[in-house]
Unconditional design. Structure first.
Length: 74
């Protein structure tokens, strides 16, 4: 499943993982959109970080401070 979100004149097409819950998918999608990627390259980077964000924020997984900093900076 994909979702298309239109924000600030850009359409973001975000793919859902096979076993990802609806709630987790929507929260992760908005994480991506709120980071305002403005190119395919920045979208791909933020999309990868969105999985780490989800695992940390929703599932309570621990990551090193340097990885958490990447989530906050982007």
């Amino acid at each position: 499943m994909n979702i298309n979100i239109h924000s600030r004149g850009i359409i973001y097409s975000i793919s859902r993982e096979l076993y990802e819950s609806d709630e987790s998918f929507y929260q992760r999608s908005w994480f991506i959109v709120n980071k305002k990627p403005d190119s395919n390259e920045s979208f791909k980077k933020i999309e990868k970080l969105s999985f780490i964000w989800r695992n940390h924020t929703i599932f309570g997984m621990s990551y090193s401070p340097s990885i958490i900093k990447q989530i906050e900076i982007v």
